[in-house]
Design a protein around this ligand. Structure first.
Ligand SMILES: C[S@@+](CC[C@H](N)C(=O)[O-])C[C@H]1O[C@@H](n2cnc3c(N)ncnc32)[C@H](O)[C@@H]1O
Length: 262
């Protein structure tokens, strides 16, 4: 049974990115299904009226944890890295295959390696037929590797690395894990999901709970992080980090912890 056209579900949130049609499907602990929603907050803090979404539910919360969804927050929070992808791009964590599929659709990208540790996710995506919906030219760029992203090493050079192996925007081990993966992969440029919240957390640690975020602070923190992080050229990016952190940063920065999942 089809889970419904995700374009229609997104209501007044608009994106030019590709949205596959997802069927309702289950494999092991994972399932894809459609849920009703009246509104959803985007990553940068704006609220959109939507009709519902398609979610990837999986391990955690007794199998009901949302690992990915076609919501404004998920789309906006993966977009910076996605727009910058080029050459050989490695995508760590397949999930619903949405990011990898959109990377493969870019003319600047000639090869996409997806590293996924859970065979049930790989089988789920096969059953959902997500990549089969891509044009042949994009599909031919994809290679799926069943491996743990924390240990996987690339055989050839990697231009851009997109890491999204987590359930939550903020997880304490995230930065260490990204460093570990980049040590093994050595990509020229890296984007990891929720990296703006990592920048925000470091700013809070350095200056207190309400950091005066500006580009100088962003550049200083990114230089301290010692990863070749992909940043947008938006003048208002520091203000957007501040706005996003209000909703997605954890409890001890003033906000309830249950707002920290997408
Ligand atoms: C949040 S989802 C990725 C969503 C994806 N960006 C998308 O567009 O649909 C995270 C994925 O990472 C996978 N994962 C978690 N830990 C991993 C690891 N250590 N190595 C490889 N994959 C991992 C999970 O099984 C899951 O498929």
């Amino acid at each position: 049974m089809s889970a419904g056209d995700p374009h229609a579900l997104l209501g007044d949130f608009h994106t030019d990115l590709w949205l596959p049609d997802y069927p309702t499907v289950t494999c092991g602990a994972w399932s894809i299904r459609r849920i009703m929603m009246a509104a959803a907050r985007g990553y940068w803090g704006d609220v959109y009226r939507i009709a519902g979404t398609v979610i990837l539910a999986g391990p955690g919360m007794e199998g009901r944890a949302s690992w990915m969804s076609l919501t404004p927050s998920e789309i906006e929070s993966q977009e910076i890295g996605l727009r910058a992808a080029h050459g050989h791009t490695v995508v760590l964590g397949m999930g619903m295959g949405w990011l990898a599929a959109n990377v493969a659709l870019k003319s600047e990208v000639d090869r996409v390696t997806i590293v996924e540790r859970d065979p049930d996710i790989i089988a789920l995506m096969e059953a959902a037929g997500v990549f089969a919906q891509l044009p042949e030219a994009a599909r031919r760029k994809l290679e799926i590797v069943a491996a743990d992203a924390l240990h996987w090493r690339s055989e050839g050079p990697v231009d851009t690395l997109q890491a999204d192996i987590w359930e939550r925007f903020v997880e304490p081990q995230k930065l260490d894990q990204v460093r570990r993966m980049q040590d093994n992969i050595g990509a020229n440029a890296v984007y990891f999901w929720g990296q703006e919240m990592a920048i925000w957390e470091i700013a809070c640690d350095q200056t207190g709970p309400h950091p005066p975020m500006d580009w100088a602070m962003v550049h200083r923190i990114v230089s301290d992080i010692r990863l070749p992080l992909i940043l947008p050229d938006w003048p208002d990016f520091p203000a957007k980090i501040t706005s996003a952190a209000r909703w997605w940063a954890p409890d001890h920065r003033d906000k309830p912890a249950d707002r920290a999942t997408a």
